[in-house]
Write a protein that binds this ligand. Structure first.
Ligand code: SF4
Length: 367
Protein backbone atom coordinates (compact mmCIF):
# COMPACT_ATOMS: atom_id res chain seq x y z
CA UNK A 1 0.00 0.00 0.00
CA UNK A 2 1.29 3.48 -0.84
CA UNK A 3 0.94 5.95 2.04
CA UNK A 4 0.75 9.70 1.44
CA UNK A 5 4.08 11.44 2.24
CA UNK A 6 3.06 12.90 5.61
CA UNK A 7 1.80 9.50 6.84
CA UNK A 8 4.97 7.86 5.57
CA UNK A 9 6.92 10.48 7.55
CA UNK A 10 4.97 9.68 10.69
CA UNK A 11 5.46 5.94 10.15
CA UNK A 12 9.19 6.46 9.59
CA UNK A 13 9.65 8.05 13.01
CA UNK A 14 8.54 4.75 14.56
CA UNK A 15 11.48 2.90 12.99
CA UNK A 16 14.49 4.70 14.44
CA UNK A 17 17.20 2.87 12.47
CA UNK A 18 15.68 3.22 9.01
CA UNK A 19 17.25 6.09 7.02
CA UNK A 20 14.60 8.30 5.42
CA UNK A 21 16.85 11.09 4.18
CA UNK A 22 19.38 10.49 1.42
CA UNK A 23 22.07 12.76 0.06
CA UNK A 24 23.13 11.18 -3.23
CA UNK A 25 26.20 12.40 -5.09
CA UNK A 26 25.51 11.70 -8.75
CA UNK A 27 28.69 12.94 -10.42
CA UNK A 28 32.14 14.29 -9.64
CA UNK A 29 32.18 16.33 -12.84
CA UNK A 30 31.92 20.06 -12.33
CA UNK A 31 32.35 23.13 -14.53
CA UNK A 32 33.07 25.37 -11.54
CA UNK A 33 36.01 25.49 -9.13
CA UNK A 34 34.73 26.92 -5.87
CA UNK A 35 37.24 27.68 -3.12
CA UNK A 36 34.85 26.41 -0.42
CA UNK A 37 33.92 23.08 -2.05
CA UNK A 38 34.76 20.01 0.05
CA UNK A 39 34.01 17.53 -2.73
CA UNK A 40 36.81 15.99 -4.88
CA UNK A 41 35.48 17.31 -8.19
CA UNK A 42 36.78 16.12 -11.55
CA UNK A 43 38.44 13.02 -10.11
CA UNK A 44 37.58 9.53 -11.45
CA UNK A 45 34.20 8.59 -10.02
CA UNK A 46 33.22 5.09 -11.24
CA UNK A 47 29.63 6.31 -10.85
CA UNK A 48 26.69 4.11 -9.94
CA UNK A 49 24.57 3.52 -13.02
CA UNK A 50 20.85 4.26 -13.13
CA UNK A 51 20.25 0.50 -12.99
CA UNK A 52 22.32 0.21 -9.81
CA UNK A 53 20.46 3.12 -8.23
CA UNK A 54 17.20 1.43 -9.14
CA UNK A 55 18.31 -1.74 -7.31
CA UNK A 56 19.28 0.30 -4.23
CA UNK A 57 15.98 2.16 -3.91
CA UNK A 58 13.89 -0.89 -4.81
CA UNK A 59 15.45 -2.70 -1.85
CA UNK A 60 15.17 0.39 0.36
CA UNK A 61 11.97 2.24 -0.65
CA UNK A 62 11.98 4.34 2.53
CA UNK A 63 13.54 7.64 1.49
CA UNK A 64 11.12 10.51 1.98
CA UNK A 65 13.61 13.20 1.03
CA UNK A 66 16.43 12.82 -1.46
CA UNK A 67 18.94 15.53 -2.27
CA UNK A 68 21.04 15.14 -5.41
CA UNK A 69 24.43 16.73 -5.30
CA UNK A 70 27.85 16.63 -6.96
CA UNK A 71 29.72 18.01 -8.87
CA UNK A 72 27.13 19.65 -11.09
CA UNK A 73 24.19 17.20 -11.28
CA UNK A 74 22.88 18.53 -14.62
CA UNK A 75 26.15 17.50 -16.28
CA UNK A 76 24.98 13.92 -15.87
CA UNK A 77 23.31 13.08 -19.20
CA UNK A 78 20.96 10.44 -17.71
CA UNK A 79 19.77 12.63 -14.84
CA UNK A 80 16.12 12.55 -15.92
CA UNK A 81 16.11 8.71 -15.96
CA UNK A 82 17.81 8.70 -12.58
CA UNK A 83 15.11 10.94 -11.11
CA UNK A 84 12.37 8.79 -12.64
CA UNK A 85 13.85 5.70 -11.01
CA UNK A 86 13.91 7.44 -7.63
CA UNK A 87 10.28 8.50 -7.99
CA UNK A 88 8.94 5.21 -9.36
CA UNK A 89 11.05 2.42 -7.82
CA UNK A 90 12.00 4.38 -4.70
CA UNK A 91 8.64 6.13 -4.17
CA UNK A 92 10.53 9.34 -3.41
CA UNK A 93 8.15 12.30 -3.16
CA UNK A 94 10.45 15.16 -2.11
CA UNK A 95 13.50 15.74 -4.27
CA UNK A 96 16.03 18.56 -4.08
CA UNK A 97 18.62 19.10 -6.79
CA UNK A 98 21.39 21.59 -6.08
CA UNK A 99 22.97 23.28 -9.07
CA UNK A 100 25.28 26.15 -9.89
CA UNK A 101 22.68 27.35 -12.42
CA UNK A 102 25.07 27.40 -15.36
CA UNK A 103 23.08 25.01 -17.62
CA UNK A 104 19.64 26.54 -18.22
CA UNK A 105 18.62 24.39 -21.22
CA UNK A 106 19.59 21.07 -19.63
CA UNK A 107 18.01 22.08 -16.32
CA UNK A 108 14.71 23.01 -17.94
CA UNK A 109 14.70 19.84 -20.08
CA UNK A 110 15.25 17.52 -17.09
CA UNK A 111 12.72 19.23 -14.85
CA UNK A 112 10.09 19.57 -17.59
CA UNK A 113 10.39 15.87 -18.37
CA UNK A 114 10.20 14.53 -14.79
CA UNK A 115 7.35 16.83 -13.76
CA UNK A 116 5.38 15.34 -16.66
CA UNK A 117 6.42 11.72 -16.08
CA UNK A 118 6.31 11.61 -12.25
CA UNK A 119 2.98 13.17 -11.18
CA UNK A 120 3.54 12.61 -7.42
CA UNK A 121 6.99 14.17 -7.33
CA UNK A 122 7.60 17.53 -5.71
CA UNK A 123 10.83 18.98 -7.13
CA UNK A 124 12.91 21.58 -5.35
CA UNK A 125 15.29 23.23 -7.80
CA UNK A 126 18.05 24.97 -5.91
CA UNK A 127 20.35 27.50 -7.57
CA UNK A 128 23.55 28.58 -5.86
CA UNK A 129 24.30 32.29 -5.53
CA UNK A 130 26.84 33.29 -2.91
CA UNK A 131 27.68 36.87 -3.75
CA UNK A 132 26.96 39.86 -5.95
CA UNK A 133 27.31 38.96 -9.66
CA UNK A 134 30.92 39.99 -10.24
CA UNK A 135 32.21 38.47 -7.01
CA UNK A 136 30.07 35.38 -7.47
CA UNK A 137 31.56 34.66 -10.88
CA UNK A 138 35.05 35.11 -9.44
CA UNK A 139 34.27 32.75 -6.56
CA UNK A 140 32.82 30.03 -8.77
CA UNK A 141 35.30 30.62 -11.63
CA UNK A 142 32.68 30.64 -14.41
CA UNK A 143 32.75 33.80 -16.55
CA UNK A 144 29.25 34.97 -17.50
CA UNK A 145 27.69 32.73 -14.86
CA UNK A 146 25.19 35.24 -13.58
CA UNK A 147 23.52 35.68 -16.97
CA UNK A 148 23.12 31.90 -17.14
CA UNK A 149 21.61 31.87 -13.66
CA UNK A 150 19.11 34.50 -14.81
CA UNK A 151 18.19 32.27 -17.77
CA UNK A 152 17.84 29.22 -15.47
CA UNK A 153 15.64 31.21 -13.13
CA UNK A 154 13.39 32.42 -15.98
CA UNK A 155 12.99 28.84 -17.27
CA UNK A 156 12.19 27.59 -13.77
CA UNK A 157 9.55 30.28 -13.25
CA UNK A 158 7.85 29.22 -16.49
CA UNK A 159 7.86 25.56 -15.40
CA UNK A 160 6.58 26.42 -11.92
CA UNK A 161 3.66 28.31 -13.46
CA UNK A 162 2.90 25.33 -15.68
CA UNK A 163 2.99 22.87 -12.72
CA UNK A 164 1.49 24.70 -9.74
CA UNK A 165 2.56 23.37 -6.33
CA UNK A 166 5.06 20.87 -7.80
CA UNK A 167 8.20 22.89 -8.41
CA UNK A 168 9.75 24.89 -5.61
CA UNK A 169 12.42 27.42 -6.50
CA UNK A 170 15.23 27.97 -4.05
CA UNK A 171 18.42 29.98 -4.00
CA UNK A 172 21.16 28.68 -1.75
CA UNK A 173 23.96 30.84 -0.41
CA UNK A 174 27.15 29.49 1.11
CA UNK A 175 28.24 31.81 3.91
CA UNK A 176 32.03 31.86 4.02
CA UNK A 177 34.93 34.03 5.02
CA UNK A 178 34.98 35.17 1.39
CA UNK A 179 31.51 36.77 1.23
CA UNK A 180 30.65 37.52 4.85
CA UNK A 181 31.49 41.23 4.51
CA UNK A 182 28.75 41.66 1.87
CA UNK A 183 26.20 39.20 3.19
CA UNK A 184 23.44 41.72 3.96
CA UNK A 185 23.87 43.24 0.50
CA UNK A 186 23.73 39.75 -1.05
CA UNK A 187 20.54 38.97 0.84
CA UNK A 188 18.82 42.15 -0.41
CA UNK A 189 20.10 41.52 -3.94
CA UNK A 190 18.62 37.99 -4.02
CA UNK A 191 15.25 39.26 -2.86
CA UNK A 192 15.19 41.77 -5.73
CA UNK A 193 16.76 39.61 -8.43
CA UNK A 194 15.21 36.17 -7.78
CA UNK A 195 11.93 37.04 -6.04
CA UNK A 196 10.21 33.70 -6.66
CA UNK A 197 12.96 31.75 -4.88
CA UNK A 198 12.86 30.77 -1.27
CA UNK A 199 16.26 31.38 0.29
CA UNK A 200 18.51 28.99 2.20
CA UNK A 201 21.81 29.56 3.92
CA UNK A 202 24.58 27.04 4.47
CA UNK A 203 27.89 27.49 6.17
CA UNK A 204 31.17 26.61 4.44
CA UNK A 205 32.51 23.42 6.03
CA UNK A 206 34.90 20.50 5.74
CA UNK A 207 38.21 20.14 3.98
CA UNK A 208 38.19 22.96 1.43
CA UNK A 209 40.73 24.36 -1.09
CA UNK A 210 40.80 27.79 0.57
CA UNK A 211 40.82 27.63 4.39
CA UNK A 212 39.90 31.35 4.53
CA UNK A 213 36.42 30.16 3.50
CA UNK A 214 35.95 28.71 6.97
CA UNK A 215 36.63 31.98 8.77
CA UNK A 216 33.12 32.79 10.05
CA UNK A 217 32.44 33.57 13.71
CA UNK A 218 29.28 32.71 15.61
CA UNK A 219 28.26 36.40 15.64
CA UNK A 220 28.73 36.67 11.87
CA UNK A 221 26.74 33.50 11.30
CA UNK A 222 23.91 34.64 13.57
CA UNK A 223 23.73 37.98 11.79
CA UNK A 224 23.26 36.22 8.44
CA UNK A 225 20.93 33.59 9.90
CA UNK A 226 18.60 36.33 11.22
CA UNK A 227 18.32 37.82 7.72
CA UNK A 228 17.51 34.45 6.18
CA UNK A 229 15.03 33.55 8.95
CA UNK A 230 13.18 36.82 8.30
CA UNK A 231 12.74 35.74 4.68
CA UNK A 232 10.60 32.79 5.81
CA UNK A 233 7.35 34.52 6.76
CA UNK A 234 4.66 32.66 8.76
CA UNK A 235 2.18 33.23 5.92
CA UNK A 236 4.08 30.65 3.83
CA UNK A 237 2.75 27.96 6.18
CA UNK A 238 -0.81 29.18 5.64
CA UNK A 239 -0.33 28.89 1.88
CA UNK A 240 1.38 25.48 2.03
CA UNK A 241 1.07 23.66 5.39
CA UNK A 242 4.27 21.61 5.04
CA UNK A 243 6.22 24.87 5.40
CA UNK A 244 5.17 24.90 9.07
CA UNK A 245 7.37 21.82 9.55
CA UNK A 246 10.09 22.80 7.09
CA UNK A 247 10.58 26.31 8.43
CA UNK A 248 10.51 25.17 12.06
CA UNK A 249 13.24 22.67 11.13
CA UNK A 250 15.28 25.43 9.50
CA UNK A 251 14.94 27.69 12.56
CA UNK A 252 16.14 24.84 14.74
CA UNK A 253 18.98 24.05 12.35
CA UNK A 254 20.26 27.63 12.51
CA UNK A 255 20.17 27.59 16.32
CA UNK A 256 22.22 24.40 16.43
CA UNK A 257 24.79 25.67 13.92
CA UNK A 258 25.22 28.85 15.98
CA UNK A 259 25.58 26.81 19.19
CA UNK A 260 28.26 24.58 17.67
CA UNK A 261 30.16 27.63 16.41
CA UNK A 262 29.85 29.60 19.63
CA UNK A 263 30.97 27.11 22.23
CA UNK A 264 30.89 23.64 20.68
CA UNK A 265 28.13 22.87 23.16
CA UNK A 266 26.52 19.46 23.21
CA UNK A 267 23.64 19.32 20.78
CA UNK A 268 20.98 16.62 20.28
CA UNK A 269 22.36 13.25 19.17
CA UNK A 270 23.24 13.35 15.49
CA UNK A 271 20.97 11.30 13.23
CA UNK A 272 23.71 10.60 10.67
CA UNK A 273 23.81 6.91 9.79
CA UNK A 274 20.41 6.32 11.38
CA UNK A 275 18.02 8.82 9.76
CA UNK A 276 20.30 10.23 7.09
CA UNK A 277 22.89 8.58 4.89
CA UNK A 278 25.12 9.89 2.16
CA UNK A 279 25.81 7.75 -0.91
CA UNK A 280 28.88 8.84 -2.79
CA UNK A 281 29.06 8.66 -6.59
CA UNK A 282 30.89 5.29 -6.47
CA UNK A 283 28.45 3.62 -4.06
CA UNK A 284 30.34 4.32 -0.83
CA UNK A 285 27.90 4.87 2.02
CA UNK A 286 28.89 7.55 4.52
CA UNK A 287 27.02 8.64 7.62
CA UNK A 288 27.55 12.24 6.54
CA UNK A 289 29.63 14.61 4.43
CA UNK A 290 31.96 15.65 7.27
CA UNK A 291 34.63 13.07 6.58
CA UNK A 292 37.31 14.56 8.81
CA UNK A 293 35.08 14.92 11.88
CA UNK A 294 33.40 11.56 11.59
CA UNK A 295 36.75 9.82 11.01
CA UNK A 296 37.98 11.26 14.29
CA UNK A 297 34.91 10.04 16.15
CA UNK A 298 34.33 6.62 14.57
CA UNK A 299 37.71 5.67 13.06
CA UNK A 300 36.41 5.67 9.47
CA UNK A 301 34.39 7.96 7.21
CA UNK A 302 32.86 5.16 5.10
CA UNK A 303 30.38 2.57 6.39
CA UNK A 304 30.80 0.30 3.36
CA UNK A 305 30.26 0.17 -0.40
CA UNK A 306 26.90 -0.85 -1.81
CA UNK A 307 28.53 -2.90 -4.57
CA UNK A 308 30.01 -5.17 -1.88
CA UNK A 309 26.57 -5.65 -0.30
CA UNK A 310 24.46 -6.54 -3.33
CA UNK A 311 23.18 -2.90 -3.47
CA UNK A 312 21.31 -3.57 -0.24
CA UNK A 313 21.54 -0.61 2.13
CA UNK A 314 19.84 -2.49 4.97
CA UNK A 315 22.39 -5.28 4.73
CA UNK A 316 25.29 -2.81 4.64
CA UNK A 317 24.05 -0.89 7.68
CA UNK A 318 23.40 -4.16 9.53
CA UNK A 319 27.05 -5.23 9.27
CA UNK A 320 28.93 -5.13 12.57
CA UNK A 321 31.44 -2.39 11.64
CA UNK A 322 28.72 -0.06 10.38
CA UNK A 323 26.64 -0.60 13.50
CA UNK A 324 29.61 0.20 15.77
CA UNK A 325 30.40 3.39 13.81
CA UNK A 326 26.82 4.64 13.93
CA UNK A 327 26.58 3.89 17.64
CA UNK A 328 29.80 5.87 18.26
CA UNK A 329 28.31 8.90 16.51
CA UNK A 330 25.46 8.80 19.01
CA UNK A 331 27.31 7.83 22.18
CA UNK A 332 30.27 10.17 21.65
CA UNK A 333 27.93 13.08 20.86
CA UNK A 334 29.55 13.85 17.54
CA UNK A 335 28.72 17.41 16.44
CA UNK A 336 29.32 19.71 13.53
CA UNK A 337 27.51 22.23 11.34
CA UNK A 338 26.33 19.92 8.52
CA UNK A 339 22.81 21.27 8.01
CA UNK A 340 21.19 18.18 6.44
CA UNK A 341 22.15 15.99 9.41
CA UNK A 342 20.79 18.57 11.84
CA UNK A 343 17.54 18.73 9.87
CA UNK A 344 17.23 14.94 10.01
CA UNK A 345 17.87 15.01 13.76
CA UNK A 346 14.85 17.23 14.29
CA UNK A 347 12.50 16.27 11.46
CA UNK A 348 12.43 12.59 12.45
CA UNK A 349 12.21 13.13 16.22
CA UNK A 350 8.58 13.85 17.18
CA UNK A 351 9.34 15.63 20.51
CA UNK A 352 12.03 17.86 18.97
CA UNK A 353 9.90 18.62 15.96
CA UNK A 354 6.86 19.47 18.08
CA UNK A 355 9.03 21.75 20.19
CA UNK A 356 10.43 23.50 17.10
CA UNK A 357 6.98 23.97 15.54
CA UNK A 358 5.50 25.41 18.75
CA UNK A 359 8.44 27.78 19.27
CA UNK A 360 8.15 29.04 15.71
CA UNK A 361 4.40 29.53 16.08
CA UNK A 362 4.92 31.51 19.31
CA UNK A 363 7.66 33.65 17.75
CA UNK A 364 5.46 34.36 14.73
CA UNK A 365 2.50 35.31 16.94
CA UNK A 366 4.37 37.50 19.44
CA UNK A 367 7.33 38.71 17.39
S1 SF4 B 1 27.77 15.44 13.93
FE1 SF4 B 1 28.48 16.01 11.90
S2 SF4 B 1 30.38 14.86 11.65
FE2 SF4 B 1 29.27 13.90 13.30
S3 SF4 B 1 28.10 12.28 12.33
FE3 SF4 B 1 26.77 14.07 12.51
S4 SF4 B 1 26.94 15.14 10.59
FE4 SF4 B 1 28.67 13.71 10.74
Amino acid sequence: MTLPPLLRGAAATLRPRVPCYLVLFVTRRCNAACPFCFYPINTPDDALSVGEIERIVTKHPHFLQVTLSGGEPYLRSDLAELVEVLARAGRVRFLTVSSNGSLPERTAAVIGRVLASCPDLRYRASLSVDDLPEQHEELRRIPGLFERIRASYAALVRLADRHPGRLELNVQTVLSGLNKARIAEVHAFLARELPRCRRSLVLARGEVPDPASLDVTADEYEHAARLWAASRPARDALREPHYAVLDATLDYQQEVVARVLRDDRAVPPCAAGRRLVVIDTNGDVLPCEMRQVVRRVTGSDVLGNLRDHDHDLGRLLGAADARVAVERIRSRRCRCTFECAINASVAFSPPRLANAVVRRAVRSAFG
